[in-house]
Design a protein around this ligand. Structure first.
Ligand SMILES: NC(=O)c1ccc[n+]([C@@H]2O[C@H](COP(=O)([O-])OP(=O)(O)OC[C@H]3O[C@@H](n4cnc5c(N)ncnc54)[C@H](O)[C@@H]3O)[C@@H](O)[C@H]2O)c1
Ligand SMILES: O=P(O)(O)OC[C@@H](O)[C@@H](O)[C@H](O)[C@H](O)CO
Length: 382
């Protein structure tokens, strides 16, 4: 069994690659970072260090590595004979990996089963985004895309920080993980991946993950950054930051319970577990990694505006989420290209223009005016 995995970074090596390896797949890593690919291609194995409660060290071997920029034809040939393709490259990068995936699917021999494709990105229905990019590249002369490949949405959860210099290919991760996959596209032929959970309705799981883990995480990052703290665990040790993060998750909890019928006590336990994960002192995770790409994170269906808009539609003013959005607007990490772009938008646009541009909210939406006011305040300090 063979899997081609795009993105040999933190979650690629520390989670998706590990689970596919443990499931018995040979993993072909495809990435454009040449030094990383050269190192991986020369290595027989790397280690995943799981830190926190019940720490463990896991070894990943039986992999190869290709540069999908300079060795595209080789990657296409690998996809043509693979069982699975996964990605962990970032939602905005999916359009760049789609052409090579389309070519690989088109090159599959007749009689091979459909390729199973899963995007493991933090975004609602990232695989649908990938599928539409693949479909845009698809040559109908190659037959039916739906017959040649199965696309399944997933929700992936494991905190994998940026790795310390000198660590080589080894990856430090938390012990917790969850990989929830939509079963329905597989029509009874889902892959066997121990540790992954297949469900018939992914929406509640992906929203619970994104609007709890990622909303809380990003809130901790932006509040922590403003408090001058470097690590997420330090941010969570600050009583004010921790209280603000908890207030944000109280609001998303209300939405998740009302919308998806999650049991209140179970959701409270889920929140507590996640707050504990953020506080893991063994995890060297930083507020700049977790806060990265604030423009993406302030998007219409993302971790802040998504739940805040739905609460506003239900007549609730999401005060704590608005506080986190205000903090995100002030995330001025000079090393983050999106933070720099955000500051430019704030200074060059009126509050209403910036609200539309940054959040995608339509004027007239009940969240539009409160966010526009926050943007007016943020403009005064950029
Ligand atoms: N790190 C985590 O804790 C975590 C957890 C769950 C989900 N995710 C999601 O996984 C994705 C990757 O995150 P990460 O933290 O591993 O980031 P990362 O930066 O460590 O890894 C991304 C990798 O993608 C590669 N890449 C960029 N452009 C590419 C291209 N055109 N073709 C092939 N490879 C390309 C980069 O070189 C890099 O190695 C994101 O969508 C993120 O939201 C991350
Ligand atoms: O990857 P992002 O930029 O969408 O979000 C940053 C972190 O919140 C994220 O990577 C978490 O560590 C991860 O989603 C945990 O499962």
């Amino acid at each position: 069994m063979k899997a081609v995995h795009f993105g040999a970074g933190n979650i690629g090596r520390g989670f998706v690659g590990l689970l596919l390896h443990d499931a018995g797949y040979e993993v072909v890593f495809a990435d454009v970072a040449d030094a990383l690919i050269t190192q991986l291609a020369a290595a027989d194995s790397y280690q995943v260090h799981e830190v926190g409660d019940n720490p463990a060290v896991r070894t990943v071997d039986n992999f190869r590595a290709l540069n999908s920029g300079t060795q595209e034809a080789d990657v296409v040939a690998e996809i043509a004979t693979a069982d699975i393709v996964t990605t962990a490259v970032g939602p905005h990068i999916l359009k760049f990996v789609a052409p090579v995936i389309a070519k690989g699917i088109a090159a599959r021999a007749a009689g091979l089963g459909p390729l199973q494709v899963m995007a493991c990105e933090n975004a609602i229905n990232a695989t649908d985004i990938l599928k539409s990019e693949v479909a845009a590249q698809w040559d109908p002369a190659a037959g039916s895309l739906d017959a040649a490949a199965v696309f399944a949405n997933t929700a992936v959860d494991r905190i994998v920080p940026n790795q310390e210099a000198g660590q080589g290919l080894d990856v430090t991760v938390e012990t917790f993980y969850e990989w929830v996959i939509d079963r329905t596209p597989f029509a009874g032929k889902e892959p066997v991946i121990p540790g992954a959970t297949f469900v018939d309705d992914l929406e509640p799981y992906i929203e619970r993950k994104l609007f709890t883990v990622n909303t809380g995480h990003a809130a901790a990052a932006y509040f922590g950054f403003e408090a001058g703290l470097g690590k997420i665990s330090e941010a969570m040790a600050d009583q004010d930051v921790a209280a603000d993060v908890r207030a944000v998750l109280d609001e998303t909890k209300e939405l998740l319970v009302a919308k998806h019928g999650f049991n209140r006590e179970e959701q409270e336990a889920y929140v507590e577990k996640i707050l504990g994960r953020f506080s893991n002192p063994h995890l060297p995770d930083t507020v700049t990694r977790v806060g990265r790409a604030p423009l993406r994170k302030l998007g219409r269906h993302e971790r802040f505006i998504g739940p805040a808009a739905e609460l506003a539609e239900r007549g609730i003013v999401p005060e704590a989420l608005l506080g986190a959005i205000a903090s995100a607007l002030r995330f001025n990490d000079p090393a983050d290209a999106e933070a720099v772009e955000l500051a430019k938008i704030l200074s060059a646009s009126t509050p209403d223009e910036a609200t539309e541009k940054i959040t995608g909210l339509a004027p007239g939406h009940p969240l539009f005016a409160p966010v526009s006011s926050l943007i007016e305040e943020a403009k005064a300090v950029v």
